[in-house]
Design a protein around this ligand. Sequence first.
Ligand SMILES: Nc1ncnc2c1ncn2[C@@H]1O[C@H](COP(=O)(O)OP(=O)(O)O)[C@@H](O)[C@H]1O
Ligand SMILES: [Mg+2]
Length: 314
Amino acid sequence: MIEVQNLTKYYGKQIGILDVSFKADKGEILGFLGPNGAGKTTAMRILTCYLPPTSGAARVAGFDVLADSREVRSRIGYLPENVPLYLDLTVSDYLEFVGKLKGMSKKRRRERIDDVMEECGVSHVRDRTIGKLSKGYRQRVGLSQALINDPEVLILDEPTVGLDPQQIIEIRALIRNLAGRRTVILSTHILPEVSLLCQRVIIINKGKLVTVDTPENLKSRLQRSVMVDVTVRGGLEEIQSFLESRPDVRAVTHIESTDESTHSLRVESTENRDIRESLSSAVVERGFGLVGLYTTDVSLEDIFVHLVTKEDVD
Ligand SMILES: Nc1ncnc2c1ncn2[C@@H]1O[C@H](COP(=O)(O)OP(=O)(O)O)[C@@H](O)[C@H]1O
Ligand SMILES: [Mg+2]
């Protein structure tokens, strides 16, 4: 549905995105994850034909964003970072206005406006002026305008930014419901958001693509360099220096002590292999009491930091 090849955008000498390639399949929710300035908005503005790339190509449903921009625009719904809402219009008048702007016939507008208001949960505020709506409702109106032409592809730029926690939950549920029939690309700098919403994640940093994978795979990729939490009975210093002296251990951190002689420590392996067995037998052989041993769950946040840091060193 979406194909991006070696896409590059310079703003003068400033890099927007550099040599980015990826694909999105029909019905997929793809996440752009990256810190501020990563290039998320730049990539989205190219896909929506608002900005020409410096080099490279982007196609939506087989149509090129430069050569066939009309075809691309008619298939895309876009929720920009700051939606240009007209605060003194009512919800339905605003949607009518956007429909006209997108060249939809009167009949088509009438059909679609009722449908999108229903889909986005704003039917009951259709006659309110947008300026009187909460931020969460304004975002629903923003989604409604993106959906007005019944697009195959939805591009949502940081759709939950600035909303309160309850509104975030509601907008996420809405986005989840919108997917399936449509291909959705959403950007976020919020890590849990991608694992909640997306089937695949593209991590970008400083304009460059760092990696593309499923949230689950990203997690297991990092889990291979195992972190093990052990709870051991004995003297803390003794235990710590014993663990640190092992060749398969990179680092040991003291987490907590439940009493004088019971200590929990986090052990990080030197290589990408499971050290649970060797660690447990070594602890016992050495005469310490092994109370507990668990692999710790690595958060997507750890992965992000890991990948981005690695990229920086290259
Ligand atoms: N209109 C512009 N002129 C100059 N530089 C820009 C412009 N828009 C974005 N940039 C730069 O391009 C880079 C990527 O920005 P952006 O795509 O907005 O990132 P993100 O949406 O991930 O925060 C940043 O370094 C930003 O400063
Ligand atoms: Mg942005």
